[in-house]
Design a protein around this ligand. Structure first.
Ligand code: SF4
Ligand code: ZN
Length: 343
């Protein structure tokens, strides 16, 4: 006998919600999923009426669902937001060029303005060229640091008040775990925040409306809504450490579905003992972006690339910042240490 939807008790259930275990029909699932995102937005007061919001769009399932749900909720609840899509082109042939085609289709489907900023125009380097120089081990460090700044720069060009990103509950739980495993207290304290305020000039506030949405449900939502998204993984995706955290979390989830939410709650309720030294936020003396060092990570990574010394931005080489800023030559020994790509 077909199972009836436990919510409307009328239609046939087509899925069992990973988050609650309820058997639901398509329509009731869509409603429940959208309402939860709405509740998240309202409870955390993520937006104000009249704001312009840039949706970070990669063409992947999370940001496609985010764009769709934001549009639905903006209309249903009259948020009064002006929505735009903001994409970063990292310059990865065979991956980002294809996923950006999806974003362009989404732009048409959702009738939203779209801005694409590229690493090439901002930094003079594509990820293809970076990988050629640095290899496949630390490429994601370059990509992650550059993306953060690229989104801010794009947001400023678009004059948006806020950026929202498609980070879901699994991503947040994974990040909590990674920061615990690395002992990164400063990030651990920040990573569960649903929104950030502007930390300085050139940094646009960000928020995560899908923070409590399970990845499995995002996939179901995209599937049943027949959303147009791109599901291929990045060809340069070695990020082994995050991969381990992900596998570990998935294993935990299979024996205890609430593990994802439990890890997030643990992260949210951790407090850092008084007296623990935290990095002091200042600004980069070269580009003005926020930085706890004389030079921001992006400028150091770029300097390393331009000088053919890729290790400059990997690891801690803060004492070299003054030398770089005053354009003093590095010693032969320093150059040798920073040159090797075997890192
Ligand atoms: Fe960039 Fe790494 Fe993500 Fe690929 S997997 S897009 S290289 S951060
Ligand atoms: Zn800088």
């Amino acid at each position: 006998m077909p199972v009836l939807c436990s919510s409307c008790a009328d239609k046939r259930a087509v899925l069992k919600r990973p988050k609650t275990g309820h058997s639901l029909c398509k329509e009731c699932f869509f409603w429940a999923f959208e309402e939860e995102v709405h509740q998240t937005i309202v409870a955390a007061q993520l937006f104000k009426h009249g704001e312009t919001v840039g949706i970070a769009a990669s063409g992947g399932k999370d940001s496609t669902v985010l764009a769709h749900v934001m549009k639905v909720l903006n209309e249903r609840y009259n948020y009064g937001l002006e929505l735009m899509l903001l994409s970063v082109d990292e310059g990865i042939t065979g991956y980002r060029d294809d996923s950006l085609e999806t974003v362009k289709r989404n732009q048409q489907q959702y009738e939203l303005p779209l801005k694409i900023v590229s690493y090439e125009e901002l930094y003079g380097w594509t990820m293809d060229a970076i990988v050629k120089q640095v290899g496949l081990k630390n490429n994601c460090t370059f990509c992650g640091v550059f993306r953060r700044q690229a989104l801010d720069r794009g947001a400023i060009m678009l004059k948006v008040d806020k950026i929202c990103t498609g980070h879901n509950a699994d991503d947040v739980a994974e990040t909590v775990l990674m920061n615990v495993l690395r002992g990164d207290i400063a990030r651990l304290r920040r990573c569960t925040a649903i929104s950030t305020t502007s930390e300085g000039d050139g940094v646009v506030p960000r928020c995560k409306p899908l923070k409590y949405a399970y990845e499995k449900e995002i996939v179901l939502y995209a599937y049943f809504k027949k959303l147009d998204y791109f599901s291929t993984e990045c060809i340069y995706s070695p990020n082994a450490y995050r991969g381990h955290a992900r596998t570990f979390l998935k294993d935990l989830e299979s024996v205890r579905p609430s593990s994802i939410m439990d890890v997030i709650h643990s992260g949210e309720n951790l407090s850092v003992r008084e007296g623990v030294k935290m990095p002091v936020q200042g600004t980069c003396s070269r580009c003005g972006y926020i930085s706890s060092q004389a030079l921001c990570k992006s400028c150091v990574l770029l300097e390393g690339l331009n000088r053919g010394l890729p290790k400059l931005g990997i690891g801690k080489h803060h004492r070299l910042h003054d030398k770089i800023l005053s354009q003093q030559p590095l010693t032969e020994k320093e150059e040798r240490k920073l040159k090797s790509v075997d890192f």
